[in-house]
Design a protein around this ligand. Structure first.
Ligand code: ZN
Length: 500
């Protein structure tokens, strides 16, 4: 059918940020089909027009650190991401992946207790399933080492046999050819924590060099052992000859506050000798993980706190406790007080009752460190949102708007063009999301139109399920998925395969 319009969509008169870090320029953006076709002064009309006067027009945000692998199938509208301007979600982080199917299911049932998807075969099968589900966002995946290890070895605390290592290597090779964007580890989690450095190097070598994907890691330690953990991550990248992404970079535990200056110096040193090391960050002083993992890492013991550092009961907020909504939003200290227990024993009681589906929010970081990491040129933005029930960490709904509102406009930690680059062009290049993350002729029309003067996260720890303010419109592959704070119901997302 011949359209009587030259374009399907023209976004007029906005300040266009192209995602490269360059300053914004006034102009129009014209879209035909799923692509950007013209930028600048566009005279011909579009079938649809959006007046963007006074607004910023940017590439859609890329969430490099998501745990939405199952959410995109179970809740394909993905409102918590779309409504904050995210157009591409990278799943499979922290070692939790979708292959092999049964091992992945065990991990993701913690977030979605009733999930019962039809099995898929390999990463190729998963990506096909994403295409069938047609979520509202594009989806790329990392291969989660914890799931590979669980599939090959179970949760045994030992080295893999030669055969078991070969099994894991085979899964990595399949993922590389199917288009996964890299290999992730979660080295505080069971069973990833049982892997020695050489096991991870052996698996990362199967990526076959930089074009085969990157190595992303939730490091072995983000507390007292932070610097050694950064050294290990860099050594794995160097040993395997692949780029490195340090996940949710931080220093946990009061006595480690300030150490991000040293960890960032290690990143700079490695980059100076040619290693491609970058990091990502969520813009909050609290993290979130499963309570079972907090216990397993010894966080309530003063003698041997592990990778999370030491935690007091008042620094732990219950986010989700399936079957016990009355605990959600309460601190562990208040439950412990009611039960007349210490924090560690109260945590054990919660886990004995609801199992590892209990997620918590942990206040472990220093605000100055958050700013120091954000200001560093190697830091991208990744929400690390955990799509559970209850009261999830507000980063699930507000991460990107919080950077642009609180940290760019109010605190001036970053310039707007720089912040946009860290959420778009920079991650697209690192994760090999070809044709995305930039506003350029021929690029995919993943776009977000927002008001830099009003954009703000309004999700809080008490009321996390709130969409950000100031997002005017969001487009995925040329189709409008959000307009004036409402989801359009459109589901134009696709599986994004590395380099394609
Ligand atoms: Zn993690």
């Amino acid at each position: 059918m011949e359209s009587r319009h030259a374009f399907d969509l023209v976004i007029r008169g906005g300040t266009v940020y192209d995602g490269t870090g360059s300053a914004g320029t006034m102009g129009d953006v014209a879209v035909r089909g799923d692509r950007i076709v013209e930028i600048g002064h566009v005279t011909a009309r579009g079938a649809r027009e959006l007046d963007a006067a006074g607004l910023a027009v940017a590439p859609g945000f890329i969430d490099v650190h998501s745990h939405d692998d199952f959410a995109v199938l179970l809740e394909p509208l993905m409102p918590f991401k779309v409504m904050q301007g995210v157009t591409t979600d990278v799943g499979g982080n922290c070692g939790s992946g979708v292959v092999p199917f049964e091992a992945g299911l065990i991990r993701f049932r913690r977030m979605h207790p009733d999930a019962d998807p039809k099995p898929w075969d390999g990463f190729g099968g998963y990506l096909e399933r994403v295409d069938e589900a047609r979520p509202s966002v594009n989806v790329a995946v990392l291969m989660g080492h914890g799931s590979l290890r669980r599939g090959a070895i179970g949760i045994e605390q030992r080295r893999p046999t030669t055969d078991e290592l070969e099994t894991m290597k085979g899964w990595v090779r399949e993922g590389v050819s199917a288009g996964a964007v890299g290999l992730s580890t979660g080295l505080i989690y069971e069973p990833g924590r049982y892997a020695a450095t050489d096991e991870i190097v052996a698996l990362a070598r199967e990526l076959g060099g930089p074009s085969g994907g990157l190595y992303a890691t939730h490091m072995r330690n983000e507390a007292d052992g932070l610097l050694d953990a950064v050294r290990e991550a860099i050594a794995i990248g160097e040993g395997a000859g692949v780029p490195v992404q340090i996940s949710h970079h931080k220093a946990s535990g009061r006595r480690n506050w300030g150490r991000v200056r040293e960890s960032l110096a290690l990143i700079d040193e490695a980059r100076a000798r040619g290693v491609d090391v970058t990091a990502d960050q969520y813009p909050y002083t609290a993290g979130s993980t499963s309570l079972a993992a907090v216990i397993q890492n010894g966080a309530f013991r003063s003698d041997s706190p592990g990778g999370l550092g030491q935690l007091a009961g008042e620094h732990v907020l219950i986010a989700s406790a399936p079957g016990h909504p009355e605990w959600e939003g309460q601190t562990l200290a208040s439950l412990a007080g009611r039960w007349n227990l210490d924090a560690g024993s109260a945590a054990e009681r919660v886990v004995a009752t609801v199992g590892d589906a209990c997620f918590v929010i942990t206040f472990t970081m220093d605000e100055t460190d958050v700013r120091t990491v954000m200001a560093h040129p190697t830091t991208m933005i990744g929400s690390d949102g955990v799509p559970t029930g209850g009261k999830p960490h507000p980063r699930l709904y507000g991460c990107f708007a919080r950077v642009l509102g609180h940290y760019v406009r109010e605190q001036r930690v970053l310039k707007l063009a720089t912040a946009i680059h860290r959420m778009t062009g920079m991650p697209a290049a690192k994760f090999q999301l070809t044709g995305r993350g930039v506003v350029r002729g021929g690029a995919f029309a993943d776009l977000v139109v927002f008001d830099p003067a009003t954009i703000a996260d309004v999700a809080t720890y008490e009321e996390p399920r709130r969409f950000p303010a100031g997002i005017r419109a969001v487009y995925v592959n040329g189709v409008e998925v959000a307009r004036n704070g409402a989801h359009t119901g459109a589901r134009p997302g696709r599986a994004v395969r590395r380099g394609r």
